[in-house]
Design a protein around this ligand. Structure first.
Ligand code: SF4
Length: 367
């Protein structure tokens, strides 16, 4: 008991200390680092967008069989300069520290490096999620010049031919290995990402990727298969037992992380509270894998997005338990929300503000 009390007062003291440091720091990148530290995450109780994930293009140079973006924003594949400008404006007003470029494949956008430059000039911390196919030596130098020092590469197997077959691009795996080697030599912080699915477990690919990450000593972020896009099928969901095993594994290994387990610590899902995903058409998604729009950035600012999101119980801080990813883990959410959306709605993401029936359904959803 005494030991618990002293631990509690130690934590309280730490929170106070870090809040003070946080308030006095002006660099957005340092702010982001502090925020993600153990004590501050829970201490900063106010909903605030700390991370934007931007889909600057849905075009891709690979053809994965389970792409999560299938059916998303089909009539607008590339983000206009007007929308990019609006994202930047909102990020600056809101003091959002981090932006991640995702796709599609973000790097196929001919404007890619000038977009990075734009956000780098606003002193934002930039991350990139890529399939690695365009990570040439020249592009790595360009990233370094722009001060982008972190990115993550998605792999689907540690056997070259199997990875290449999944993405439909011969030579893709060799490119990743080369990029990893070069990037490490140039001082980049590189992570790998992969998907854990019933299929990747059964085929042994998941285990091979774990071994590969450990051999290369590269952090590995594991996405449980999201039943969305091309994978919006019940058989794509991990079983309860597989989910339990995955969490146990990630909680025991600091090299591994998921959407809501980092450094062996469970965090709360950030959807609609500290996160916004933005599609090429400007739709604001509470979660990158949730085909629901809470407004369009051309008309909706970050503050308005947040106050609307926070009117839904599941997006509130206590809406989900720590370590719970509702999209990947909840069969109830799949059968009541995701499946009907993918099977019944002609166009996604679905704008909740214009669909009162769906708005009500999400508002009253409980796990
Ligand atoms: S629902 Fe899952 S994928 Fe979406 S933001 Fe939450 S933890 Fe991340």
């Amino acid at each position: 008991m005494k030991k618990n009390m002293s631990r509690l007062s130690f934590l309280k003291h730490k929170i106070k200390e870090r809040k003070k440091i946080y308030e006095n720091v002006t660099s957005l990148a340092v702010k982001e680092k502090l925020r993600s530290s153990l004590y501050l995450n829970e201490a900063l109780d106010q909903p605030h967008i700390y991370r934007i994930e931007i889909i600057n293009t849905l075009k891709c140079n690979a053809a994965c069989q389970f792409c999560s973006n299938e059916r998303l924003s089909e009539d607008c594949l590339t983000m206009s300069d007007t929308i990019i400008g609006r994202v930047l404006q909102q990020a600056v007003i809101h003091r959002t520290p981090t932006i991640n470029f995702l796709g599609g494949e973000a790097m196929v956008d001919p404007r890619f490096f000038s977009l990075l430059e734009l956000f780098a000039q606003a002193e934002m911390h930039i991350g990139i999620g890529t399939n690695g196919i365009l990570l040439t030596t020249q592009h790595l130098h360009e990233l370094k010049r722009l001060g982008v020092m972190a990115f993550s590469i998605t792999i689907h197997d540690a056997v070259a031919e199997k990875h290449d077959r999944t993405v439909g691009v011969p030579g893709a795996f060799v490119r990743i290995e080369t990029a990893l080697r070069e990037a490490h030599g140039m001082g980049f912080r590189v992570g790998l990402q992969t998907i854990c699915s019933p299929e990747s477990i059964a085929s042994g690919a998941f285990q091979r990727i774990l071994t590969f990450a450990h051999e290369k000593k590269v952090p590995l972020k594991i996405n449980p298969m999201m039943p969305v896009g091309k994978a919006a099928r019940a058989e794509c969901l991990l079983s309860a037992e597989q989910t339990r095993d995955l969490k146990r594994l990630v909680m025991s290994d600091p090299l591994l992380s998921t959407h809501c387990i980092h450094h062996c610590r469970m965090e709360r899902c950030p959807m609609g509270r500290t996160f916004v995903g933005i599609t090429p058409a400007g739709d604001m998604l509470p979660c990158y894998f949730m085909p629901l729009s809470l407004g369009n950035i051309l008309e909706t600012g970050f503050d308005d997005y947040l106050s609307y999101a926070q009117s839904f119980p599941i997006f509130q801080k206590m809406g989900l338990a720590e370590g719970c990813c509702i999209v990947a883990e909840s069969p109830k959410f799949f059968y009541e929300i995701l499946k009907p959306l993918y099977e019944g709605e002609p166009s996604l993401p679905l704008d909740l503000r214009k669909n009162p029936a769906w708005e009500q359904k999400i508002r009253s959803f409980h796990l």
